[in-house]
Ligand binder design. Structure first.
Ligand code: SF4
Length: 257
């Protein structure tokens, strides 16, 4: 296991980013695995993008680390799919993160189990406690992480680089191998390589998160329209992959945390 930390500064990562920005996803994945060894992991919610990255990584190093978060509000189909994916990639090293039980209990006592429907701030709070904080704890032990972000997914993702420093998580390296791929390219990769696909896509879902906060989209709707659809003008982000303007949920978070 690689114990030594592998850190870069802004200048170094800027040069690497320029060098790698025209490389295909497989080369970004290879560079990440070879550079960081055990100090890098794929963070996956089992949607198509990180499934493609997992497949690419597995072909290079089957012992790749994969982190996923069980928020305790996931659809049953996601938990079943996780078993299927683990069987498909048996040598991958999985880490299933969970929220802090005491934090969830306090949040639910104060605001109810379905607090996310009450206000955007409470939705951010729920995402923060169930998703973001477990991920932050895990990233503290890493020097780099792979995300499935693509520039065409949502406005907040349009300027991402394939390799960047993640100042929101201690200056570790964030790798976005699919940054310049389209969704069509991802689907083509999955099909060509026989990669397992989450069963809810076949039911019209285009973005899959927790059960109460995800639904199929209607024809003509934006691909992220099935997430937190009751909110007006709020970012369709949970804060795991991209920082969000939180609109004041911190006050509630301080009370709970
Ligand atoms: Fe909570 Fe919904 Fe966020 Fe899941 S997606 S953590 S249920 S607000």
């Amino acid at each position: 296991m690689t114990l030594e930390r592998i850190l870069f500064d802004d200048l170094e990562i800027g040069e690497i980013a320029m060098e790698l920005d025209y490389e295909p996803p497989q080369e970004i994945v290879r560079w990440g695995l070879e550079t960081f060894g055990d100090r890098v992991a794929i963070v996956s919610s089992l949607q198509i993008d990180t499934m493609a990255i997992l497949d690419m990584a597995y072909q290079i190093n089957p012992n790749v680390r994969v982190i996923t978060v069980d928020t305790w509000r996931l659809p049953e189909a996601t938990l079943e799919f996780l078993d299927e994916v683990r069987a498909h990639y048996p040598q991958a090293r999985w880490e299933v993160l969970t929220p802090d039980a005491q934090e969830v209990e306090t949040m639910v006592e104060r605001h109810g189990a379905d607090l996310f429907y009450k206000s955007v701030s409470l939705r951010f709070l729920c995402c923060h406690i169930r998703k973001v904080r477990p991920l932050v704890r895990a990233l503290q032990g890493l020097d780099a992480w792979f995300t499935g972000l693509r520039r065409d997914q949502w406005a907040s993702r349009s300027a991402i680089k394939k390799v960047e420093l993640d100042h929101d998580h201690g200056g570790i390296v964030k790798l976005n191998p699919l940054a310049d791929w389209t969704e069509e390219e991802v689907w083509a990769y999955l099909e060509e390589n026989g990669v397992p696909v989450h069963p809810l896509y076949a039911q019209g879902y285009t973005s899959i998160g927790c059960a109460p906060c995800s639904r199929p989209i209607q024809p003509g709707e934006d691909k992220r329209a099935g997430r937190w659809w009751w909110e007006q003008d709020a970012p369709k982000e949970c804060g795991m992959n991209c920082p969000i303007e939180t609109g004041g949920f911190e006050h509630e978070a301080e009370i709970i945390l």
